[in-house]
Write a protein that binds this ligand. Structure first.
Ligand code: ADP
Ligand code: MG
Length: 232
């Protein structure tokens, strides 16, 4: 099935003699179009889980299947290719390139996808939909935190990924701006049917998603669905 399947997904780190079970045998199915919040205390394994889902890390054990592709047996090159096609990332610190303007930042992931004119149109459309048409030539330093995060969200979607991973995307902005970003994510989730996995420690934000997964010591301690994922 399309979507994401985690089967006994495990990531250990070694610190000296000690083994840290950052993610400890997590088994989950995430269906296409779900808007999932991952919550839990600092150190509970949220970023590790996100980085595994984004193929940035290799698991120590277990299996990760993205849209029917078993990823743990892929070569580095195949993983990079799958990541470029299937996954978008949004980070707390925006990670925009300061030397590029809004349009160039949103276009950046397409270097690997080579979409030509359709890609340019897609970028312009997304910049419009995140409300930044009048800032398209601005550099990141000329934007507010909320605007920079809108650019990062547009950039994450430009290749039409099936999965967008967001690590504390509202962690650096005020409450009102955070709510506007979440409203935008809800809209894009519905419009594009893209699966969102959002790490947050803000429970008001988590409550607005369709599913809340709580991690503790690398394990899932609760998994609650509220309402249905909206079909496309
Ligand atoms: P969270 O994002 O929930 O704060 P993390 O996934 O960053 O949690 O970390 C989970 C656990 O793994 C923590 O105990 C953390 O210290 C440890 N950890 C994370 N990254 C590394 C690393 N590169 N090397 C060693 N330990 C790590
Ligand atoms: Mg983290």
């Amino acid at each position: 099935m399309a979507g994401v399947e985690l089967v006994g997904l495990t990531k250990n780190y070694k610190r000296g003699q000690e083994i840290i079970r950052a993610l400890d045998g997590v088994t989950l199915d995430i269906a296409p179009g779900e808007f999932v919040a991952v919550v839990g205390r600092s150190g509970s394994g949220k970023t590790t889980m996100l980085d595994l889902l984004g193929l940035l890390l290799k698991p120590t054990a277990g299996s990760l299947i993205i849209d029917d592709v078993e990823t743990t047996s892929l070569s580095d090159r195949q993983r990079a290719h799958l990541r470029a096609r299937k996954v978008g990332f949004v980070f707390q610190e925006y990670n925009l390139l300061s030397g590029l303007n809004v349009f160039e930042n949103v276009m950046l992931p397409q270097r690997y996808a080579k979409d030509g004119e359709a890609g340019r149109k897609r970028a312009i459309d997304l910049i419009d939909r995140v409300g930044l048409s009048d800032r398209i030539k601005h550099r990141p330093t000329e934007l507010s935190g909320g605007q920079m995060q809108r650019v990062a969200i547009a950039r994450s979607m430009v290749n039409r990924p099936s999965l967008i991973l967001l690590d504390e995307p509202t962690g650096a902005v005020d409450t009102e701006t955070a709510q506007q970003l979440v409203d935008l994510l809800k809209l894009l989730n519905r419009q594009e049917g893209v699966t969102l996995v959002l790490v947050t420690h803000d429970l008001d934000i988590a409550a607005q998603t369709t599913r809340q997964i709580r991690l503790k010591d690398g394990k899932v301690v609760s998994d609650e669905r509220v309402g249905e994922a909206v079909p496309v």
